[in-house]
Design a protein around this ligand. Structure first.
Ligand code: ATP
Length: 237
């Protein structure tokens, strides 16, 4: 399998505080990798470092064989990386505007055609296409966030806690939706606390206290006593 993203020895932090230590992560072509970790583990900091929104203190980031850690965020996006923040959408823009923004760097006709495809798939969103995204339900907002992240046909989608703020029913819907789009040959790196996302994971990393404490398959994760207690004992999905 071809490697799409390769992170080595990544260090990061804020002011005097170091948050990430020697982080190594790999994502292969068409692979879905889930980055599990509790609140404050450093997941958001790591994802922001990968897309250039947070400066690195050390380490390397390669995307499809090319070193990208010195590139600006817009340059990384043009290479085919898409980032869905925890909020997912701009609440003060309309549904349509959010979708168009997701593909701002490609020809407008391409973005328009793909946005229409998504709107056909999600009649709920289509019915509210000119409404502010802030007026959507939490679940619809996430759907829009995923559509926005996918509208430019990226090679790699990086998602920060797509489950945040969602009821368990909507978490299930988002997982289902992602399962559907996984078949398109896109790779996903999803930071989550919710183990429901393991249903669509090919591999898992656990980030704890800023270090990768586990790396392996979902099956291996389930067999790991300490992790089972920490994640499956409490969350029990
Ligand atoms: P959460 O699920 O709560 O978002 P996380 O795993 O994404 O957790 P981060 O948001 O990356 O974790 O935070 C890691 C650590 O860095 C925490 O101790 C947090 O307080 C700190 N931190 C995050 N953002 C900043 C910032 N802008 N300035 C200073 N410290 C920060």
């Amino acid at each position: 399998m071809q490697t799409v993203l390769e992170v080595e020895g990544l260090a990061g932090g804020y002011g005097p505080m170091q948050v990430l230590w020697d982080v190594a992560v790999k994502v292969g072509e068409s692979e879905t990798v889930v980055l599990l970790g509790p609140n404050g583990a450093g997941k958001t900091t790591l994802l922001k470092s990968l897309v250039g929104l947070q400066p690195l203190r050390g380490g390397e980031v390669a995307f499809r064989g090319e070193r990208i850690e010195r590139l600006r965020t817009d340059q990384r996006i043009r290479l085919g990386i898409s980032f869905m923040t925890e909020m997912g959408v701009f609440t003060n823009l309309s549904v349509e505007e959010n979708l168009f923004l997701g593909g701002y760097h490609q020809p407008p006709e391409t973005t328009k055609a793909r946005a229409e495809e998504f709107l056909r798939l999600f009649p709920d969103l289509a019915a509210q296409r000119r409404h502010h995204a802030g007026a959507l339900s939490g679940g619809q907002r996430k759907m829009l966030g995923v559509a926005k992240a996918l509208v430019a046909n990226p090679r790699l989608v990086i998602m920060d806690e797509p489950s945040s703020g969602l009821s368990p029913r909507f978490v299930g819907e988002v997982v289902k939706m992602l399962a559907r789009f996984r078949t398109e040959g896109t790779s996903f790196l999803i930071a989550e606390q919710n183990v429901k996302f393991l249903e669509i994971a090919d591999r898992v990393y656990v980030l704890d206290g800023g270090r990768i404490g586990f790396s392996g398959t979902v099956e291996e994760l389930r067999q790991n006593e300490a992790i089972r207690e920490a994640y499956f004992g409490l969350k029990g999905h």
